[in-house]
Ligand binder design. Structure first.
Ligand code: ATP
Ligand code: MG
Length: 430
């Protein structure tokens, strides 16, 4: 029978690599705590309309990458609800913000999340169908200061700090402003006008985007299209005074705290909800999928999904890509599993129970202990112990009775006798 494998684009994360994942998540939690963000956990699936109305019907994500199904109707008279595995988490966070009336506190909500997201993309290095994001949002009523450019700069500065603490140093921050909801229509008109001429020379996707969502043309990654796209009008020329001042203040605040950035007028990002500041941190070591994270402002998102006015800014980092980057930098925990401090080898079935008790004692003293098997012959116990631990503790009838343990260090070959009461201390020594 053919063995069943993990579904395309999904994979198992195994130890010791999961240690690196835990390290990344722990570092992120530590940094978020210093910036006073609290954790939010939203459901893995949501009403499909949530993503259609926020991410946008015409985006690649919603138009072709979502895992969507009709849930069974509860009663015959009821219509089946369309549900979708979350392709991103900002929409879920903003839905929760609205549902729990978090804005009524009058304070900014600073929320972070860590979890899996799902997109039916073509799997490749750094691109999976189940992938993991670490993200954060700052959202609140305008009176709480949620539109302030200081918030944008603070989030970007936090990201620079977080990447630094992860040990990722040579990143680049690309920054742009895509303007407010009132700047955008003027720019889109100008784009449409310019696209009339060049669209026929672009790829099939861009020809479609030129009709349905012209901004998305700027996202195109096809090399042949680039010279034409370069000739399109730039959004910076269409920003009104407010957006322009806002963006200048973000840039100035970043300068003030020494976070370097590169202006990139084509950075519009793949989600419709972004307004004003958009950004991406990239890392050359990642190859084609070079974005470590992306984000931006979404001043109209809450209203787009039926909530009160609640401007916000946030980002999502690709945890899979952080792992790849750290592995490539060889700063990852070594590929070899860490050896246990000791392997307890019961020398017969009769000693098993007491060996379990001994292992419990040592573990409670904080040691990393592997418990062997009383059915193994002594030669096998040594072989297995040598693969799993730095030392073996022989636990036979004699040891059980005398309370004096035989400990052998695999590296030095030294064999010592240690009274049980001193065993934990002896094993703590490196
Ligand atoms: P990309 O340009 O790489 O497709 P995106 O514009 O779709 O990214 P976002 O939707 O903003 O990215 O997601 C934020 C981050 O999540 C990305 O910068 C990336 O690190 C990560 N990410 C997005 N899609 C995937 C995926 N399919 N597999 C792994 N990581 C992903
Ligand atoms: Mg994408």
């Amino acid at each position: 029978m053919k063995a069943i494998q993990a579904a395309r684009g999904t994979r198992d994360l195994l130890p010791p690599e999961t240690e690196l994942w835990n390290h990344i998540e722990a570092t992120a939690r530590r940094v978020f705590a210093r910036y006073c963000f609290g954790e939010i956990r939203t459901p893995i699936f949501e009403d499909t309309q949530l993503f259609a109305r926020s991410v946008g019907e015409e985006t690649d994500i919603v138009s072709k990458e979502m895992y969507t199904w009709e849930d069974r109707a509860r009663a015959q008279s009821e219509k089946a609800q369309s549900l979708t595995l979350r392709p991103e988490n900002t929409a879920g966070v903003v839905r929760a913000y609205i549902e729990h009336k978090l804005g009524e506190s009058g304070l900014l909500q600073k929320l972070y999340y860590i979890g899996p997201q799902f997109r039916r993309e073509r799997p490749q290095k750094g691109r999976y169908r189940q992938f993991y994001q670490i993200g954060a949002e700052v959202i609140g009523p305008t009176s709480a200061g949620s539109e302030s450019p200081l918030r944008d700069a603070e989030v970007l500065e936090m990201l620079a700090t977080l990447l630094g603490e992860l040990g990722i140093v040579d990143w680049k921050l690309y920054l742009n402003s895509v303007g407010s909801a009132s700047d955008r229509p003027r720019y889109v008109l100008a784009l449409q006008e310019a696209l009339k001429e060049i669209a026929p020379k672009l790829c099939a996707d861009c020809q479609r985007r030129a009709q349905t969502n012209p901004l998305r043309v700027l996202d195109c990654k096809i090399p042949e299209d680039q010279p034409f796209i370069e000739t399109l009008p730039k959004i910076a020329e269409f920003l009104d005074a407010n957006s322009r001042v806002h963006f200048a203040q973000v840039c100035a605040a970043l300068d003030a705290c020494g976070v370097p950035f590169i202006l990139n007028p084509r950075l519009v990002r793949g989600l419709d909800y972004y307004t004003r500041t958009t950004f991406e941190f990239v890392h050359a070591g990642l190859g084609a999928q070079n974005a470590l994270l992306g984000g931006g402002r979404y001043d109209g998102l809450s209203e787009a999904i039926g909530g009160p006015k609640a401007p916000g800014i946030g980002f999502a980092m690709g945890a899979d890509r952080l792992v790849l980057t750290l592995q490539a930098q060889q700063e990852a925990p070594s590929a070899m599993p860490r050896l246990a401090d000791a392997y307890i080898a019961p020398l017969g079935e009769a000693q098993q129970e007491q060996a379990l008790v001994l292992a419990r004692e040592l573990r409670q003293a904080g040691l990393r202990v592997e418990l062997g098997d009383g059915n193994f012959r002594i030669k096998k116990s040594f072989e297995v112990g040598n693969r799993l631990a730095r030392r073996i503790v022989l636990f036979g009838e004699e040891e059980a009775q005398s309370g004096i343990m035989t400990v052998k260090d695999f590296a030095s070959g030294a064999q010592t006798k240690v009274p049980r009461a001193e065993l934990a201390q002896a094993l703590q020594r490196k």
